[in-house]
Write a new protein. Structure first.
Length: 256
């Protein structure tokens, strides 16, 4: 492969508040920030933005997108979940006859909002029944936190919700401690750069909410510069992806 030009951060319009914060952090450290794929051709491209926009240009621009496996949650020890979770299909989930929390395994499937359903009859009919979904017992999180993880360690993070309502604040000792516990047990099953959400339960315990793509995650009250470190690793030139991360490359990249 021909050597590429200088690195850029590509974050397309319309930019979210997180994209603006990351753009400033990138510019501060001397990284050029561009908003159009045409301006990134021939460069070492890092990405921050949605999965649909990424799919349109990842192959042409040669960046790789890291994301956790769809079934990662289902493989965690029960003590880290405090609920039963299974990966199934939307067709099977439509047969549910009891309350359940149903969500796509990642944000790449953005036509199915994560929600509690009384049963499966209210799930969308317009989507292919083979669409993968996670089906979970319903639990109550009193507070939820986002951790940006780099090389198995929490780089930065933020509380983002209290009783289901947006309420950003810095991490507290409890969230940091539980984050370390999760990563000690399960970091080997995640990409080296990833977003991990955890929560405090109504009974005072802690549980993993989900893992997701760092390159499409809001930073809330997290340190933008440390979020950027995670994003640059999670979405960058595909030829620079380490061997241990190659199993986590998004299918858009592997098809290119």
């Amino acid at each position: 492969m021909e050597p590429r030009g200088p690195a850029v951060l590509l974050t397309p319009a319309p930019r979210t508040s997180t994209a603006e914060l990351l753009a400033r952090a990138a510019a501060w450290r001397g990284l050029e920030v561009v908003g159009r794929a045409a301006d990134a051709v021939g460069r070492r491209v890092h990405w921050y933005g949605g999965p649909r926009a990424a799919a349109a240009c990842a192959g042409t621009l040669g960046f790789g997108l890291l994301e956790p496996a769809d079934d990662w949650l289902t493989r965690l020890p029960p003590a880290l979940l405090h609920r039963r979770i299974r990966l199934t299909t939307l067709a099977e989930a439509r047969t549910l006859r009891e309350p359940a929390f149903v969500k796509p395994p990642s944000a790449k499937i953005d036509l199915l909002p994560a929600a509690v359903h009384r049963d499966g009859t209210g799930l969308p009919r317009g989507l292919d029944g083979a669409t993968p979904v996670l089906v979970s017992e319903v639990v109550e999180f009193t507070a939820e936190y986002r951790l940006f993880v780099l090389d198995g360690e929490v780089a930065t993070g933020s509380r983002y919700a209290v009783h289901g309502r947006l309420d950003p604040a810095p991490l507290d000792p409890g969230s940091r401690a539980f984050g370390r516990t999760v990563l000690e047990a399960a970091a080997d099953g995640l990409p080296s750069a990833v977003c991990l959400d955890i929560g405090r339960l109504a009974d005072g315990g802690w549980a993993v909410v989900e893992a997701n793509m760092a390159w499409f995650a809001h930073c809330y009250a997290a340190e933008p510069d440390r979020v950027l470190d995670t994003v640059l690793r999670a979405a960058g030139p595909v030829e620079e992806v380490a061997d241990r991360d190659r199993p986590y490359l998004n299918e858009v990249t592997t098809r290119s």
